[in-house]
Design a protein around this ligand. Sequence first.
Ligand SMILES: Cc1ncc(COP(=O)(O)O)c(C=O)c1O
Length: 357
Amino acid sequence: MTRFQSKLVDRLNPYVPGEQRHGNSVTKLNTNENPYPPSPAVLQAITAVTGDDLRRYPDPEAIALRKALADYEGVSVDEVYVSNGSDETLGLAFMAFFTGKKPLQFPDISYSFYPVYCDLFSIEPDPVALGEDFSLSLDAFSSDAGGIIFPNPNAPTGMAVSLDAIESLLQRYTEGVVIIDEAYADFGAESAIALVKRYPNLMVTRTFSKGRSLAGMRVGAAFAQAHLINALAAVKNSFNSYPLDAIAQAAAVASIQDETYYQQTTLRIIDTRVRLTEALAERGFSVLPSAANFIFASPGPTSPSAASLFKTLNEADVLVRYWNKPAIENWLRISIGTDEEVDRLLDTIDQAASVAS
Ligand SMILES: Cc1ncc(COP(=O)(O)O)c(C=O)c1O
C-alpha cells in the first residue's frame, strides 16, 4: 500500500546486509563476524545481569562502559560515545555533522552504508576514486568538502592508510568533520584515537562486532572531543535515549577487561589471514594486502570467475561476499574464519577449478 508511505520511503535504497544462513553445514565467511566466541568473562557478565537490572531502564549515559573504553584508549569519559552497533553512531553522525553542508566525500569503493545514509538524510555524496591498485590517497579529498568519511582499513579492500597520512589530512582539512571508521582496526591498522585530543574535527568510530566477537550484541563506540560527542548525544536523545541495553553494556565492559583473550583471538585471525592469502596466491589469485579480518581476492585468468565461484561456493554452503559492480566484479570478499573453515573454502575452490578445467 504505497499510498500510505512518505516520499522519503519511495526514495530509499536501503543497505542489504550479507546473508545470515544458519546450520551446522554452513561455513559463514560473508559478514566479517569473528569465528571465535566472545571471552568467557562476557558470558559470565551476561548471566550476572539480574531481573532488577532488566526491570529498570539501562544507564542512558552508559557511564561504566564509557569509562572502561576511556581508560583503555587513554581519553576522558566525555570523549567517548557508545551506541547500538557502530552503524548507529554513523547514522547519528551523518545527521549531526553532514546535513545542510557541502557534499560529503568518501572513497568510491567503500562501506556501502555511506551512500545509504546520504540518501536518507539528503546529503549529497561526492565519491573519490581509489587508485588502480585500490589504494586510498587521502590527498584526493578536497579541502572544500562538507565532510569526509572513510574506513581504515577500507572495506571491502582491507587496505589501511598510515597515521602520518591521516595527520596530514587533518592538518590541511578544517572545513568539516572527518570520520575515520575503524570497524576493522583491531586487525592491523594504526588507530587515530591518539589524534582526537589535537584535532577538534576528528571522530573515530569503533565496533565490538569484529575484534570482540559481539556482532550479535550490537555495541559500537566513537571517540572525539566533547563538543562532537555532545552533538551525537543531542541527536540520540532526540530519537531514542536508551539505545544500548543493560546486557550489552555489561557484556562490553567484560570484553574490555579480558585483554588476554582479545589479543589471543585477534592474533589467531591474523595468522589465518596470512595462511589464506598465501594459499590463494598459490592458486593464482590476486589478493590485496589486508589489515582487516577479511581479504579481497580476485581469481586468476585460468580460474572460474568471481561470480561463478561465488555461486559454486554458495551452493556448497560456503558463504562469501560478491558485488556485481564496476571495478570489483571479479573480486570476492572473504571473511577470515577458523583454520578448518578456511580449509573447507579452499577445498571447494579446488573442486570448482578441477570441474572447470
Ligand atoms: C566499514 C564498516 N563500518 C561499520 C560497520 C558496522 O558495524 P556494527 O554496526 O556491527 O558495529 C561495518 C559492518 O560490517 C563495516 O564494515
